[in-house]
Design a protein around this ligand. Structure first.
Ligand code: NAD
Length: 367
């Protein structure tokens, strides 16, 4: 069995606590002979700054570029508030995304039935919800030039951000969405604002052409991004995969997240281009941050990180069955009424980070 190589970057705050639980799932994969995963750990964020004076060292970056997948906990915290902008903990994460050329951000919004009452929406809207937002991550208005604030000299200033997309950027993100949809419910919604934006016109044109030429077996719907935001609240279960640009994706994925209950439940994957062997660079991380005020208390919810590892099994190692098993184990533990403090509910038992990890591993073994 050729071993997979993973780099673990637990980071700051609750990062090491939640990563420790994901490592137990890596151990389960190895112990059951499902695959051989070899791991090494390194520093990123504030802890890397403390050790090396930078949020990620060149040596750590070289390791990240060499492995099959990287898993990150979280970075940042008030301890590093005074650090120079270029060395702040988040700079380590941004460098990882940039140097690994991770252009596709996948954020699933899954509502476990046991948590449906914790959602901001009514139970019937969200129970069993399973959608995937595919956000373009390296282009668009966050990076386009010019990006300036100009003093007009008359007491006024002019701020400019530039929304730019080229054909290849739209093609590669839409391909990721179509490929994902084929393994799900075979439906893609492409969200843009072609009614008012030239980038929306090009987005629509490129997605339509790509669909006609390579993915006509997948059902494609075009939707204006503002309508998509409304529909996500009205009836989110109509969606399977939503593909959209960097700015709209930032907002739509946060909106969809609210359907699921808690930040501590949300995993993510960021993928790069496929190489000749169809392998992609990849970074897996929970959506939440370092939650410094609960760090060290043993109460953080490890589910987002464990579910991020399940995404790694599915998208980097092609081990969908093992990913399914982990996700089913999470659902089973929630059904049993176990909750970390962030998702606590009347009539349920509140457990620690470690106890939640124990319960998920135990639920796997009773599968
Ligand atoms: P946060 O996600 O750390 O916390 C927001 C709220 O959610 C807090 O109340 C926190 O206690 C709770 N929470 C988050 N994750 C949880 C978990 N797993 N279990 C239980 N409760 C959880 O966001 P924030 O407070 O805005 O930021 C804190 C620090 O994290 C800042 O330094 C910020 O820059 C950084 N941050 C890092 C990342 C990242 O590493 N990807 C993302 C967001 C924020």
């Amino acid at each position: 069995m050729t071993p997979y190589q993973m780099l673990l970057l637990p980071g700051d705050g609750i990062g090491p606590e939640v990563m420790a639980e994901a490592e137990r799932l890596i151990g389960w994969v190895n112990d059951r002979g499902i695959a051989r995963i070899e791991t090494e750990s390194d520093l990123v964020g504030g802890c890397a700054y403390d050790a090396h004076g930078e949020a990620i060292s060149d040596a750590t970056m070289a390791r990240a570029l060499a492995v099959d997948a990287v898993m990150l906990g979280a970075v940042g915290g008030p301890k590093w508030d005074g650090v120079a902008y270029d060395q702040r903990p988040e700079a380590g994460l941004l460098r990882l995304r940039k140097d690994l050329e991770l252009f596709a951000n996948l954020r699933p919004a899954i509502c476990y039935p046991a948590l449906a009452d914790a959602s901001a929406l009514k139970r019937d809207r969200v129970e069993g919800l399973d959608i995937m937002i595919v956000r373009e991550l390296t282009g668009g208005v966050y990076f386009g030039e010019p990006k300036t604030i100009v003093d007009l000299g008359n007491g006024q200033k002019r701020a400019v951000d530039t929304q730019v997309y080229e054909t290849y950027e739209i093609e590669r993100i839409a391909s990721v969405a179509f490929e994902l949809a084929r393994k799900r419910k075979n439906l893609v919604h492409s969200a843009e604002k072609r009614n008012v934006m030239k980038t929306g016109v090009l987005w629509h044109e490129v997605v339509t052409k790509l669909h006609r030429e390579r993915y006509s077996d997948v059902k494609l719907e075009h939707i204006l991004a503002d309508n998509c935001a409304m529909q996500l609240v009205r009836w989110p279960k109509q969606f399977d995969v939503i593909v959209t640009d960097n700015l709209f994706g930032d907002m739509l994925s946060d909106e969809a997240a609210m359907a699921t209950g808690s930040l501590g439940m949300l995993p993510s994957a960021s993928l790069g281009a496929a190489d000749a062997a169809a392998r992609r660079r990849a970074l897996y991380e929970p959506v939440h941050g370092s939650a410094p005020y609960i760090a060290g208390k043993g109460i953080a919810n490890p589910i987002a990180t464990i579910a991020s590892f399940a995404m790694c099994l599915r998208y980097s190692f092609d081990l969908a069955a093992a990913a399914d098993q982990i996700e089913a184990a999470i659902a089973r533990v929630l059904d049993q009424g176990l909750r970390t403090a962030d998702i606590s509910q009347d009539g349920c038992r509140t457990v620690s980070t470690r106890e939640m990890g124990d319960a998920i591993v135990a639920a796997l073994d009773t599968d």
